[in-house]
Design a protein around this ligand. Structure first.
Ligand code: ADP
Ligand code: TRP
Length: 319
């Protein structure tokens, strides 16, 4: 099955992203035909600083590769390396009713947050439809906020198919309902926008600071503690198997250890878990030409498929 997803190159990844999405993506590479790209055209809607966009794109590519995206198993590329997507975006625009875009929640939310109401931001879902339809993707794994965009892509595909015959595969959004929400340092959902994250590639100093900021109650050191409602426990759990979780529960119930001890334990676990990924990440960033080679390799594979698809579309639209 062909599965496609775009990754926003928007800064640092946190463990909520990892346990909520990236881990599943890495595992899915073994049983699906995965198409994964860095959505740098989309990122332009909120970032117009060229240096920064380039840096964020490379960092995001390095992060995903070091966490386990395998360019031999998946097609992994930088969105802007395949120019056909912009051409298809324009063609699809002719089939996109204004009303469809006017109803997009994400656009309204971004305007409410202070982004300027540009045409780029407004037509963002059409570019996303082009990403999806160009590669005949059937399944599109996304976070909840992106479901409507996949539905818009499907609506556009239906409209074109009505006109031209079955040219596009109808895509379906997939959200992983089984994945639990990872809590942040304040106990709310971990999210960049709430500044309550624990970042995968943070420096030792920042990691310590983020973990230290996890909100706990004020139970004294020697008193037994309630692991069920403890934010530190909720986060540590992600890194432990069942037996290890039981052991930790026992430590909470016994008393004699403070939250500082459990935070130290979490710090060690995060370091161990992401040790290899962090080393690879640093290597990639020290050697951007290697990173570029990997992205070029992916772009070549993506380009072949995109060009074949566009040939069919040119015939229909008269180009
Ligand atoms: P953020 O909220 O930090 O901006 P994104 O919206 O960029 O995160 O999410 C990227 C992916 O990571 C999505 O698939 C989303 O469902 C997943 N994700 C983000 N935060 C969490 C979380 N706290 N728990 C589980 N999954 C998460
Ligand atoms: N808009 C998506 C996000 O913010 C990223 C994205 C761009 C995407 N094009 C896509 C996701 C195509 C899935 C399919 O997360």
């Amino acid at each position: 099955m062909r599965v496609l997803t775009g990754l926003q190159p928007s800064g640092d990844l946190h463990i909520g992203n990892y346990f909520g999405a990236i881990k599943q993506m890495i595992e899915a590479q073994n049983s699906n035909e995965m198409f994964i790209f860095i959505a740098n055209y989309h990122a332009m809607t909120s970032l117009q600083d060229g240096e920064k966009l380039k840096e964020n794109s490379l960092k995001t590519a390095a992060a995903f590769l070091s966490l386990g995206i395998d360019p031999q198993k998946s097609v992994f590329w930088l969105q802007s390396d395949i120019k056909e997507v912009i051409e298809l975006y324009w063609i699809l625009s002719q089939f996109t009713p204004m009303g469809l875009l006017e109803r997009a929640h994400s656009y309204k939310d971004k305007i409410a947050k202070g982004l300027s109401a540009s045409h780029g931001l407004f037509s963002y879902p059409v570019l996303m439809a082009a990403d999806i339809l160009l590669f005949d993707a059937r399944v599109v794994p996304v976070g909840k906020d992106q479901i409507q965009h996949v539905e818009i892509a499907r609506d556009i595909a239906l409209k074109v198919n009505n006109e031209w015959g079955e040219i596009f595969v109808l895509p379906q959004a997939r959200i992983d309902e089984q994945v639990a929400v990872v809590v942040g340092t304040d106990g709310a959902k971990m999210s960049k926008s709430y500044q309550n994250t624990i970042d995968i590639f943070a420096s030792q100093k920042l990691l310590k600071k983020q973990i230290a900021s996890i909100v706990t109650d004020s139970t004294a050191l020697n008193v037994p503690k309630d692991y069920k409602n403890c934010n530190v426990f909720k986060i540590i759990k992600l890194f432990l198997d069942e037996i290890e979780q039981k052991n930790l529960q026992a430590r909470y119930q016994k008393g004699g250890e403070g939250y500082g001890h459990f935070k130290m334990y979490l710090n060690e676990l995060v370091n161990d878990y992401f040790k290899e990924a962090r080393e690879k990440y640093d290597e990639f960033l020290e050697n951007p030409s290697h990173l570029k080679e990997i992205l070029d390799f992916g772009a070549q594979k993506a380009s072949k498929i995109a060009k074949e698809k566009m040939q069919k579309i040119y015939e229909k639209i008269g180009l």
